[in-house]
Design a protein around this ligand. Sequence first.
Ligand code: 3PG
Length: 216
Amino acid sequence: MQLDVKPMNTLDLVTHGPVIPVIVLQRVADAVPLARALVAGGVKVLEVTLRTAVALDCMRAIAQQVPEALVGAGTIRSVDDAKAALDAGCRFGVSPGYTRDIGLACQRIGLPLLPGVASASEVMAANADGYSFLKFFPATAAGGIPMLKALAGPFTDVVFCPTGGITPETAPQFLALPNVKVCGGSWLTPQDAVEAQDWERITRLARAASALRGVA
Ligand code: 3PG
């Protein structure tokens, strides 16, 4: 299914709030209530990872039943993943790393991509193919704030969404960096809360995440 909507610029994603939740779903039945719980807490950009057998069905359900959410596919590792995500109604894709194959295919099929990078060489490869808004992954393990400050030197026109190891406590420091527009993290959707279908807890976590601001 492809929704009848114009492809977005991935930078539009940052206009909806400071945190993009990285979501792992094990049951299709959880997808819509989880998405609604996040939207109720002010979080509408949702990255559902392609890490479970039900992921595509979850994306499809959210795209069809929660129109106020902007659902995207995380963990895009192949061109087929990108095509499947678009077909499931995803508005954007996120990849943990960058390959030219995926980068060019996403442009061809019209899936806005937030590609992952962890080094200067990877920034150069993605940037050469037209990507200047990049996921910095795995953010904490790959050098965290000092690495982002270092990348700001040569890459004055590149902005990042650090993801991986970020917490509600550290997110404000990341968000304070001029080259960070938004952070990604799984803390908004803890597995035990999803398993227990504790949607109120998820709304509370989303509300707190929505209120985060950069603090140096
Ligand atoms: C992931 O790979 O699951 C994301 O980068 C989220 O990482 P986190 O669980 O450390 O937030």
